[in-house]
Design a protein around this ligand. Structure first.
Ligand SMILES: Cc1cc2nc3c(=O)[nH]c(=O)nc-3n(C[C@H](O)[C@H](O)[C@H](O)COP(=O)(O)OP(=O)(O)OC[C@H]3O[C@@H](n4cnc5c(N)ncnc54)[C@H](O)[C@@H]3O)c2cc1C
Length: 386
């Protein structure tokens, strides 16, 4: 469902104001304390941020992909840890249920995810299985009307806060590869599920990851996502497909924020008797960043439009994730450079963003994996045309 242009503009305005008036002033505090204040979480729930992409019949805002990226551009303008708080609910923690869940699973979980009553996490990665996601070893073994889950998941975003885990596990253990993988919906309070201590990370303080261990964790067969075995890997890939455009949009928002900060600094800071913005070598950095961010914004919007039109966007999603995450890395690097020594100091915040944006090239498929997806699709299409 799409909003009318006026309602979308109102929502964008509200989010823009929330970001500049409530979130930006707290960036340093969240970076230092590693915690998002409770009153901010309440305001996020009241604004409907946990349910941006969840259909309206389940209490979400039901935004189209194009609308979602407009909001993600705004949310990207502040520390990415804020978005991460509800990011799993609107993407990897809910989309599996939306795309492939049974009616019962949708009715039970989506309203709680949309309101932010529970946090949803996506548990695919394992100590021995990252980029090669089809090699996971966690098992969900059928036992009468139940499944018993055993295994370890690694780096799981929002695991310490989660109420629900979408767990990818092998339901046909002798079978290796993608076809033996199923997705299981596991409430966090299920006996046998243990969340480890929060990981110490390079950046994005305020957003937490942890190991999740399943030790003879028993769930009923109704927990099997979509009620069918062997479709889990396909579900995971469909979820990531949408998420990659969303991450691209967040990278664009962050790049635009950093370009604004770098420009303001360059206009204020004087050397050799004039603002450093007057020096052509500084202008080159500003212009390169502006151009790349503009290209990324166009790419994200066009991919979102195509997805909304029902066009398959696997290649475009990977292009967005690859280009935008690499682009924001270059923009953050130039922002530090334009700030000179101040850019290296914690007080200015640019060094925090520099650390924060590094993650975008790694999670939800590394840059190398996006390159492989893009090239493989190119080759497949070329061969099918022959
Ligand atoms: C902060 C954070 C949050 C995360 N959140 C989640 C989450 O919520 N849920 C979840 O399931 N996972 C999550 N992850 C895991 C993340 O998706 C993986 O870290 C990522 O997919 C890479 O896997 P890996 O770390 O095992 O690296 P590896 O797969 O070991 O890769 C190491 C390097 O080798 C390269 N490489 C691997 N295979 C190839 C290849 N075939 N060709 C070329 N290069 C290759 C990679 O690109 C990378 O540079 C998170 C990770 C982090 C850091």
């Amino acid at each position: 469902m799409s909003l009318d242009p006026e309602t979308l503009e109102q929502l964008r305005d509200t989010v823009r104001r929330f970001v500049s008036e409530r979130l930006m002033p707290l960036e340093q505090q969240v970076g230092e304390t590693d915690q998002i204040p409770v009153d901010i979480l309440k305001e996020m729930r009241a604004l409907g941020l946990f349910g941006l992409s969840i259909p309206t019949e389940y209490g979400g805002l039901g935004l189209s992909m194009f609308e979602e990226v407009q909001i993600a551009f705004e949310l990207g303008r502040t520390s990415p840890a804020f978005r991460s708080t509800f990011g799993t609910n609107i993407s990897i923690g809910s989309q599996g249920i939306i795309i492939d869940g049974t009616d019962e699973q949708k009715n039970h979980y989506l309203p709680k995810l949309a309101s932010g009553e529970i946090i949803g996490s996506f548990a695919l990665t394992e100590p021995g299985s990252g980029s090669d996601a089809a090699s996971i070893r966690t098992t969900a073994t059928r036992d009468g009307d139940d499944y018993i889950i055993n295994g370890v998941k690694r780096f799981i975003t929002n695991a310490p806060e989660a109420g629900l885990f979408t767990v990818f596990a092998r339901t046909s253990p002798p079978q290796t590869g993608a076809s033996g993988i199923s997705a299981v919906l596991v409430p966090a309070d299920t006996p046998g599920l243990h969340v480890g201590p929060a990981d110490k990370k390079m950046g994005q303080q305020g957003a937490h990851t942890a190991d999740v261990t399943f030790d003879n964790c028993r769930v009923s067969k109704q927990a099997l996502l979509g009620g069918a075995e062997g479709i889990g890997f396909k579900t995971a890939m469909k979820v990531l497909d949408r998420g990659r455009i969303h991450i691209g949009a967040v990278c664009v928002g962050l790049a635009e924020r950093l370009i604004g900060d770098a420009l303001n600094y360059a206009l204020d800071r004087e050397q050799f008797g004039q603002p450093i913005a007057e020096f052509q070598l500084v202008q080159a950095m500003l212009a390169e960043s502006k151009t790349e961010a503009f290209a990324a914004r166009c790419m994200v919007e066009e991919s979102a439009r195509r997805r909304d039109a029902g066009v398959p966007v696997i290649t475009e999603s990977s292009c967005c994730k690859f280009y935008c995450s690499e682009m924001v890395g270059r923009v953050a690097d130039r922002a530090v450079q334009i700030h000179g020594g101040a850019g290296y100091m914690a007080d200015y915040g640019v060094e925090r963003f520099y650390r924060d944006v590094r993650l975008f090239r790694i999670y939800e498929g590394t840059s190398q994996i996006q390159q492989l997806v893009i090239a493989r699709n190119m080759i497949r299409e070329a061969r099918s045309d022959q």
